[in-house]
Write a protein that binds this ligand. Structure first.
Ligand SMILES: [Cu+2]
Length: 264
């Protein structure tokens, strides 16, 4: 009787362990359908970021399923009640070398496979109208808002005609937007999930960032760095407009600036 109980216990434990990888993989497979996966991508480099994510997910997933399989096998194989005495060993250099070398090679593979995407997005700014010295706009994070500044007609950010907007950022579609990201106080993080863009804003630093939105629309901007009690309030919008609509918006803002508050 007790042997039957022990057998049932082993089987129950093994089934519970085997459920972990099965439900884990099932959740991953169904996640896009359940809308738990990434939001749609509307930026020119988003597919490359997603590609890196999928590569690493596959690597981790295969390792996870493999190790869970070994674990279940070992539970069934070595949990007999009349198990023989434990065999103490000082280890095996060959085994240690193998299980050190395989993760090291995988990490080297990850490092090399992300290098070109990293340099494209974070290091080398794209060729285009806007550069780090001549950015499209400046974005400031501060407790607790996002503020964007558009230069005057002379591309100057210190003139009186600078247009400022809080929380709402307007940009033209299909344009390589380079901007400077700054913080006025503590660490913030400029995160637009649908652009696959996330960059810390660091006090004292002037960080050039870029993206190119390929579809018009309004996209969430959130702060991804816990920055204080009002962190949750740092939710803005990035409005991607057709070029002529953007020009009209900017023109309207300039007119409002020159009108000195009068309506006519
Ligand atoms: Cu924050």
């Amino acid at each position: 009787m007790s042997q039957l109980k022990h057998f049932l216990f082993r089987i129950t434990v093994a089934v519970l362990f085997v459920l972990v990888p099965i439900l884990g993989v099932y959740t991953f497979v169904k996640a896009p359908e359940w809308r738990l996966w990434f939001p749609e991508n509307v930026s020119s480099y988003g597919d490359e970021i997603d590609g890196l994510f999928h590569t690493i997910t596959w690597m981790v997933g295969i390792t996870f399923v493999g190790t869970e399989g070994v674990l279940v096998y070992l539970i069934l194989r070595f949990s007999k009640k009349d198990a023989s005495k434990a065999n103490y060993t000082h280890g095996s250099h060959v085994l240690e070398l193998i299980w050190t070398a395989i993760p090291a090679l995988l990490l080297v593979f990850v490092a090399f496979s992300q290098m070109s995407v990293w340099s494209k997005i974070k290091i080398n700014l794209p060729d285009g109208e806007y550069t780090a010295e001549n950015p499209f706009m400046e974005v400031y994070g501060s407790q607790f808002d996002w503020r964007v500044r558009y230069p005057d007609a002379d591309k100057n950010f210190s003139g009186a005609d600078v247009i400022e907007s809080a929380f709402d950022i307007y940009v033209p579609v299909d344009t390589k937007i380079v901007f400077r990201l700054k913080s006025r106080d503590v660490l913030h993080s400029f995160f637009v999930p649908k652009f696959r863009l996330k960059q810390d804003a660091v006090p004292g630093m002037n960080i050039p960032v870029w993206f190119e939105a390929e579809e018009t629309g309004t996209y969430d901007l959130i702060c991804a760095e816990l920055c204080g009690w009002g962190h949750y309030k740092m939710a803005g919008k990035v409005h991607v407009l057709a070029q002529d609509e953007f020009d009209a918006w900017l023109e309207g803002r300039r007119e409002a600036l020159y009108s000195n508050g009068s309506e006519d």
